[in-house]
Design a protein around this ligand. Structure first.
Ligand SMILES: [Zn+2]
Length: 349
């Protein structure tokens, strides 16, 4: 048996739209709603939200006593307003570990708690080359020195507050999405690429008139970047959980942008040997280009579930993403390999 074809145009369009929806952790509701709307097209799926705000889509099969689950996250790195400076500019507190140099001069939206949206950009606090010269280059890029310059008239804390900006308001960095020669270059491919993989796999299966062999729960997580996304929301009867999240590409890594990767070990330890074996066998069976790898600074939502007491076999697969948590890039070959691997899992016993 072969896998159903992937609608690559659909996948790319869905991914680009999702990437362009701001969804830092804690403010991911618009992205959850977007995925929910897309999945509501499939009558095979029963959709519900957890109290924490994650989306779960159940594709039920009669009399299945050992359901499986897949999880991917729509929340991303971002920031909140930490302080309003006397100049009217903003100091930020980062959500997750975005690297400051990677967002220097990036455009941002400040989403006010009253529902407003104000444009701005991230700068070092001594940015003008004509004033500070070499000092602007030498200043460390950290929480103290990076600030948001708002594209509205304000020169004081008071004026900024009058715009409706408060401490704790969400600040989202522009993703800057580009698609060229099969490459998708954007922030936050981690992990929106894998959410798109899940949605594309569901579409391919449904279009081909196929059903999974087991009852499946698709868990779309909204708190992964702070470490506890899938700690809740995976039903206790689930026997196997596949976390779908980006693979680490760069110096010393086996992963690349043109394959999917099975992660054997990351900072949280080693994944489940039995399920790893099954995922490898499926990749071989369906001729899916894959690597195995070890990720140096990485924790997954599956591990969050394990730590919360989840009793499942657990594996982690995903497409290779270059320069992760920075200005990321993936390729359609690695992305399609991941969608295929998901379908192979869905069609397995
Ligand atoms: Zn991730």
């Amino acid at each position: 048996m072969s896998l159903p074809p992937i609608d690559t145009d659909y996948f790319t369009k869905f991914l680009v739209e999702l990437l362009n929806i701001a969804s830092p952790t804690g403010f991911a509701e618009p992205a959850i709603a977007f995925v929910e709307k897309e999945l509501s097209r499939y009558k095979q799926l029963e959709l519900f939200r957890t109290r924490k705000g994650a989306l779960v889509a159940k594709w039920g099969i009669e009399n299945d006593e050992a359901p499986v689950a897949l999880t991917a996250h729509v929340d991303t790195l971002g920031a909140v307003v930490k302080e309003i400076k006397h100049t009217g500019r903003l100091k930020l507190s980062r959500i997750g570990g975005i690297q400051w140099p990677s967002v220097e001069t990036e455009g941002v939206w400040v989403f006010t708690s009253q529902g407003g949206k104000i444009r701005g950009s991230v700068l070092i606090d001594n940015a003008s080359g004509h004033i500070f010269g070499q000092a602007g280059t030498d200043t460390p890029r950290n929480d103290d020195h990076m600030e948001v310059r708002l594209d509205v008239r304000t020169t004081s804390e008071q004026e900024t507050r009058e715009l409706g900006i408060n401490i704790g308001d969400c600040v989202a960095f522009d993703p800057r999405v580009e698609v060229t020669n099969g490459f998708v270059r954007s922030r936050f491919l981690d992990d929106k690429a894998c959410v798109a993989n899940l949605v594309a796999a569901i579409k391919s299966m449904a279009d081909a008139g196929l059903s999974p062999k087991r009852t499946v729960y698709f868990h779309i997580s909204n708190y992964e970047e702070v470490g506890h996304g899938a700690s809740a929301g995976i039903p206790s009867e689930v026997a196997e959980l596949v976390t779908v999240d980006m693979a680490v590409v760069g110096a010393g890594q086996e992963s690349d942008e043109f394959s999917a990767t099975l992660c054997i070990k990351d900072s949280g330890g080693v994944y489940h040997e039995g399920l790893n074996k099954k995922m490898r066998a499926l990749a071989e069976q369906y001729n899916i280009s894959y690597k195995t790898d070890v990720y140096p600074f990485y924790g997954s939502d599956g591990e969050a579930f394990w730590r919360a007491g989840g009793d499942v076999a657990l594996a982690l697969i995903g497409p290779g993403v270059d320069a992760s948590h920075n200005y990321e890039r993936a390729h359609i070959d690695g992305l399609n390999a991941t969608t295929n691997w998901i379908m192979a899992f869905l069609l397995s016993d």
